[in-house]
Design a protein around this ligand. Structure first.
Ligand SMILES: Nc1nc2c(ncn2[C@@H]2O[C@H](COP(=O)(O)OP(=O)(O)OP(=O)(O)O)[C@@H](O)[C@H]2O)c(=O)[nH]1
Length: 161
């Protein structure tokens, strides 16, 4: 499904390449978050795909509303997974965004009877550039690995590794 409120992965890839080059040139920090809706296949099973689509849109709006800087970006990575790009942001700032996003989704109290606490939650993997020799792909890979670790630890949490 194309979600009108949120850019797609292609838009993210282009922006990420640009912002990565800037971060290398200017020696800026840069951080990425991968955000995935928990137990979403079960959500679709219980409430149906059309309601699932609405839920994806609601989550997208709540996540976007958790961003504070004009240069922050959120896109849909694939399925129920979003990717967030935080230019010029160190790990401490990225953690604050992860906490804000986690709370925004939890506090919205969107019913999901098979979800954590009976509501829709998200798991988040956070990663920040480690040094000038890191390449863009490993930053994304680390965010993804941290997302999977957050899932393995019970979901509804973020992990920075
Ligand atoms: N309704 C709806 N479902 C979607 C959309 N995009 C992805 N999905 C579904 O989201 C589910 C994602 O499943 P997974 O990420 O594998 O796992 P999960 O059920 O979310 O469980 P965990 O991620 O392990 O918590 C799949 O069932 C997809 O079909 C969408 O736009 N609308």
């Amino acid at each position: 499904m194309n979600n009108p409120v949120i850019p797609n992965r292609h838009a993210f890839d282009e922006l990420f390449a640009r912002e990565w080059a800037i971060s290398q040139r200017e020696e800026h920090d840069i951080s990425v978050l991968m955000v995935d809706i928990d137990r979403f296949s079960q959500y679709n099973d219980v409430y149906g795909h059309a309601t699932g689509d609405l839920c994806v849109g609601t989550v997208a709006r709540l996540l976007a509303g958790s961003l504070r800087q004009p240069s922050d970006f959120i896109g849909r990575y694939d399925g129920a997974t979003f990717v967030v790009l935080l230019p010029a942001t160190p790990i401490e700032g990225a953690e604050r965004v992860a906490i804000r996003m986690s709370r925004a989704i939890y506090d919205a109290d969107l019913l999901h009877i098979q979800g954590i606490g009976g509501r829709v939650t998200v798991s988040i993997g956070v990663a920040s550039k480690r040094g000038d020799d890191e390449v863009a792909k490993t930053l994304l890979d680390r965010a993804d690995a941290n997302l999977h670790y957050a899932k393995s630890q019970g979901r509804n949490q973020y992990w920075m590794g």
